[in-house]
Design a protein around this ligand. Structure first.
Ligand SMILES: Cc1ncc(COP(=O)(O)O)c(C=O)c1O
Length: 374
């Protein structure tokens, strides 16, 4: 049987009555834009993340963009982030008119390395965006201490990490603002696009709420250059229904991750991610590193494809080498850990409903390939 990267149909079937009920309620009252469901869901998310405020927006990308604007980032500013992330992170920076300044990653966690950050901070720097990649929290304490010293805002990119914890606290609540994505494949996914900014800062929250609806508090009165970036009531109703299951689903992902780690960690040349103590991942993606030079990633991928096991490379090219950023002046060799990671990573199927037998089947397929090399 084929094993997909994620199984959204299976998940829908498991909670069909709750979802259908939620959708039907909205279809009955027809208040589709913002409205009560969004308000309710914002309250639930603030409580879940442990923040005072939450503002729903149209996507995780918009959450980053509007949070940066609300933190005062604009043309000519610089924002520090990792080159080993989905492009939405740096796209949000560029869309504010600011410049992304990349800092290399820690090879053990794939997250931005705070020890390499200090030398990259110029007087133009306004903010830092650490990304909790694959669901594993970035090392926030040293990042915050650098930020406080230089009066920088810190905005967490939690798109892959809802429910993850850093030293006992939920991500999203650790810094000035946290940005969430409800893209369908995320830990909490809606049935379209959606995102949110969570924060303890009332000014950030209020500004995001204005920016998302054309820059005004009251309809037809506009104080800021704004956007149309609203979470809609159908998505909010679906997300409220799904939120009740999030912790259980995340635990199921963690159980699958532990089994993968125990099976794949034994194979020579396969390195599983080593989460530091007290960092609790949301396990959004399961990613290994291929360290044995004889293991050719494309060949292994073909072998897995042949067995119907879906697999992905998140991400094949470090952001500093993307064509769109050629004018930023980066070159190959600037961020060696990120470049090594993009050449070595491979992500395997990961979702809550993945069974123990399926995890064993994927691990066995990887092992057969590696053993076949002799
Ligand atoms: C790390 C990261 N940041 C930001 C985003 C953007 O989220 P969205 O797709 O909801 O715009 C994603 C989503 O794929 C992501 O993985």
């Amino acid at each position: 049987m084929a094993i997909p990267m994620t199984d959204l149909k299976g998940q829908y079937q498991s909670i069909k009555a709750e979802i259908d009920g939620a959708v039907s309620r909205v279809l009955q009252h027809t208040q589709f834009i913002l409205g009560q469901e969004v308000k309710t869901f914002e309250g639930e998310m603030a409580a879940y993340c442990g923040t005072k405020h939450a503002a729903g927006v149209a996507s995780g990308t918009d959450a980053l963009h509007l949070a940066l604007l609300a933190c005062g980032v604009g043309p000519g500013d610089e924002v520090i982030t990792t080159p080993f992330t989905f492009i939405a992170t740096s796209e949000a920076i560029v869309n504010c008119g600011a410049r992304p300044v990349f800092v290399d990653i820690d090879p053990d966690t794939f997250n931005i390395d705070p020890t390499k950050m200090a030398t990259r901070i110029s007087p133009k720097c306004k903010a830092i965006i650490p990304v909790h990649l694959y669901g594993l929290p970035a090392d926030i304490e040293p990042i915050l201490s650098i930020a406080r010293r230089h009066h920088l805002k810190v905005i967490e990119d939690c798109a892959q990490a809802l429910g993850a914890e850093y030293k006992g606290k939920k991500v999203g609540s650790l810094c000035d603002a946290g940005c969430l994505s409800f893209f369908p494949a995320k830990n909490l996914g809606c049935y379209g696009d959606g995102g949110m900014v969570v924060t303890n800062d009332p000014k950030i929250s209020e500004t995001v709420e204005m920016l998302r609806k054309h820059g005004g508090k009251i309809a037809y009165y506009h104080s800021l250059p704004g956007f149309n970036s609203r979470l809609d009531a159908l998505q909010a109703a679906i997300l409220s229904a799904k939120l009740k299951h999030l912790d259980t689903w995340n635990d199921m992902r963690r159980r699958n991750t532990a089994l993968y780690d125990s099976l794949l960690g034994k194979i020579q040349g396969i390195q599983v991610t080593r989460a530091p103590a007290n960092f609790k991942s949301s396990c959004n993606y399961y990613t290994v590193r291929l360290l044995n030079p004889r293991v050719k990633r494309d060949d292994l991928r073909k072998h897995l494809d042949g067995k119907g096991i879906q697999n992905m490379v998140y991400y094949p090219l470090s952001l500093h080498l993307q064509e769109v950023y050629k004018d930023l002046g980066y070159k190959a060799g600037d961020f060696p850990e990120s470049e090594r990671a993009h050449a070595q990573v491979l992500s395997l199927p990961m979702y809550p409903e993945l069974t123990e037998d399926q995890v064993r089947e994927v691990a066995a397929a990887v092992e057969t390939y590696v053993k076949g090399l002799g």
